[in-house]
Design a protein around this ligand. Structure first.
Ligand SMILES: [Zn+2]
Length: 446
């Protein structure tokens, strides 16, 4: 509520609208309807939709939809481009937004890809972001890759020399993060820790990143009961099949992937090749000509099942990101998030579109919207940088959450049992004079 008040004081109309939500929640549909009514244009914040090709599997808007409202950042990169980064995206998107403001258009960001959206909303000096999305980040600095080859121990040693503060809070085995911090120092001559500190010190900054770029963004989060969403996602995969997704994948494979596979240089980690649904059909697409129709069908079904599974997993991840990066964030540095429940969409116009338009109307008029922004409740602030050492596992763990998870992890519990057993065995040893150091059932303090 505090955030909403702040926005109302500072601005009359939203500088931009952001539509968040897991895949299958109808983000595009809402964005188009808002755009049509409020003189808006849409920026797709999706790291796969920037590429040409794979239109069905990456859920691109159709030509008819594009005709209803102008879309940007879709379909402009050759699939073989592999060096496109979030920095490229951010620069282009920010200049588009600026241009829209000049033309009195309302920018509507729809996504998609977590760190693409974050790069627009927050003035993050360096691209850091959440730890669980790193692999899909697509930030490919050549020298960082080179650095990583040095190995974590060496990287940690070097970082300790130039940036001991950063070295102290990074895991000594995390070559990727160590290399990144080291690279920041090499590129800027300033320790990474110091840059982050300065960034946090900027007005409105908080522990997760820089200050907000735009004063009054309006954010919608389309959310849905998990069961309903799962069902919808399955249906969506079936719909993709009827739209010809298999043919699309075959064609794309023949044009862009077959040669790579023959040269043994296939890479599902970069560019559009990491798109959900593509690698799931690898076995089917690369099956030998000689196999029977039955075997071929089996591979196809296997691909479809895998696609359904990764789609669900991706949707959960997207929601988790909204919770972690928006709802749990300190209210002072997060714009109001208006939740729209899309579990039942039989009356979509009444239950989704109308409330969204009402909120926007209020914001434009500078009055308090009837709907309250949502926040995660009962969340304790947690320390993402705290340093824990587990003697049992001989492991360093960074962050409170990670530490809690570690203490419940299979490996750790195994070590606990192992220790306990060892102690019991030593109890039974015929050394009656020696007291066991740790009594039965008591786990050493961690
Ligand atoms: Zn442990």
């Amino acid at each position: 509520m505090a955030a909403a008040t702040r926005v109302l004081q500072k601005a009359v109309s939203p500088s931009l609208v952001v539509v968040l939500g897991a895949t299958g929640t109808g983000k595009s549909k809402l964005a188009i309807e808002i755009g049509k009514r409020l003189n808006g244009e849409i920026i797709s914040a999706d790291s796969m939709q920037v590429y040409k090709g794979l239109d069905i599997i990456t859920n691109k808007v159709t030509e008819e939809e594009q005709a209803q409202c102008r879309h940007h950042m879709i379909n402009f990169l050759d699939p073989l481009v592999s060096g496109y980064t979030v920095v490229d995206f951010r620069n282009k998107a920010l200049s588009l937004i600026e241009d829209m403001h000049r033309r009195k258009k309302l920018p509507i960001i729809v996504g998609g890809t977590n760190y693409y959206i974050e790069s627009i909303l927050w003035n993050v000096l360096l691209v850091t972001g959440g730890s669980d999305t790193e692999s899909e980040k697509g930030v490919a600095f050549e020298s960082k890759t080179e650095l990583e080859k040095l190995g974590a121990l060496e990287l940690h040693r070097r970082l300790k020399e130039v940036d001991p503060d950063m070295a102290a809070i990074l895991h000594p085995h995390d070559a990727r993060k160590l290399a990144r911090s080291l690279q920041v120092f090499m590129d800027t001559g300033v320790p990474h820790s110091q840059l982050l500190e300065e960034q946090r010190g900027q007005d409105g900054g908080d522990c997760l990143g820089g200050p907000l770029r735009f004063k009054d963004p309006c954010i919608f989060w389309l959310h849905c009961k998990t069961n309903a969403l799962d069902e919808r996602l399955d249906k969506r995969v079936d719909q993709m099949l009827s739209l010809g997704v298999i043919e699309e994948l075959k064609d794309f494979h023949q044009r862009f992937n077959e040669r790579k596979i023959k040269e043994n240089s296939q890479d599902y980690q970069h560019g559009i090749f990491q798109s959900i649904g593509f690698k799931e059909f690898h076995d089917y697409l690369t099956a030998s000509e000689d196999i029977s129709q039955e075997e071929r069908n089996k591979l196809k079904i296997k691909g479809i099942e895998a696609l359904k599974q990764v789609t669900r997993r991706y949707a959960r991840k997207q929601n988790k990101w909204v919770r972690n990066r928006f709802l749990k964030r300190p209210a002072s540095n997060v714009p109001p998030i208006y939740g729209l429940d899309v579990t039942d969409v039989t009356n979509w116009e009444t239950t989704v579109l109308t409330p969204a338009l009402e909120i926007l109307d209020c914001l434009q008029k500078g009055v308090q919207p009837p709907a309250q922004p949502i926040r995660a409740e009962g969340e304790e602030p947690r320390n993402k940088r705290s340093h824990h050492v587990c003697d049992l596992c001989d492991k360093v763990v960074i962050g409170d959450l990670e530490w809690n998870a570690h203490q419940k992890s299979k490996n750790h519990l195994y070590q606990v049992r192992k220790r306990r057993k060892a102690e019991q065995t030593s109890d039974q040893d015929p050394k009656p004079t020696e007291h066991p150091k740790v009594s039965d059932g008591q786990v050493p303090a961690l």
